[in-house]
Design a protein around this ligand. Structure first.
Ligand SMILES: [Zn+2]
Length: 212
């Protein structure tokens, strides 16, 4: 019945793939099957580590064209549903982590206001609805110059002190911390430091994509 109504509405109001803008058929959701295949083929071949974090999982290779296009849409295309869909896809293809909660990387109020949404919040929503894990919106970010405009050392210095906890964490909790893209890892580490100081015993980092 669902697909009947969806194909009915698709004829009246066609839906487009959020990445390539082709028309979606009724069984497709947000991404067409070609773009979906490209995403699933762009997995990072190996995992890396970062000091401080108990584990690190970067899912997709940012240096593939399909992922670059998608991540650009995700941040600048007014398309938070990409993050939701990618979260659902990640959760459907990975086991739920052994943690108490998922934590999205925050944006400063200025950035969130200008973009209209926080992509990491939408991403974590997609994960949470599949895995059944709670979301803790506990991190606050001060406004800083965009990381992309800074050199390596300046990135690390800018990330330090940019984050604080909105409320105390349950002592001894284990969390998975989510951001959209990993570049130097400076922001993920700065956030993890705040979470450890706030009482977490395990902080696992994860990102949708990794840039080399
Ligand atoms: Zn497409």
């Amino acid at each position: 019945m669902y697909f009947f109504w969806r194909s009915f509405w698709d004829k009246i109001w066609p839906r487009a793939c959020i990445s390539c803008a082709c028309e979606l058929i009724s069984a497709e959701c947000t991404l067409c099957s070609t773009c979906l295949d490209e995403v699933l083929l762009a997995r990072m071949p190996e995992q890396s580590t970062l000091p401080l974090l108990d584990s690190l999982d970067c899912w997709l290779d940012f240096d593939t064209r399909a992922i670059q296009r998608l991540m650009h849409q995700l941040k600048f295309g007014q398309s938070p549903e990409i993050a939701l869909r990618l979260g659902q896809l990640y959760a459907a293809t990975h086991d739920a982590p052994h943690v108490d909660a998922l934590i999205p990387a925050p944006l400063s109020w200025r950035r969130k206001w200008s973009r209209g949404y926080n992509q990491s919040e939408w991403l974590v929503r997609g994960l949470s609805e599949t895995w059944g894990l709670p979301i803790w919106d506990v991190l606050h970010k001060e406004h800083r110059p965009p990381q992309a405009t800074l050199g390596l050392d300046a990135r690390s210095a800018s990330a330090q002190g940019a984050y604080r906890l909105k409320r105390p964490l349950p002592h001894g909790c284990r969390v998975q911390l989510w951001d959209d893209t990993l570049t130097t890892g400076a922001t993920l580490q700065a956030m993890a430091e705040v979470l450890y100081r706030g009482g977490a015993t395990e902080v696992h980092g994860a990102t949708l994509a990794r840039a080399h």
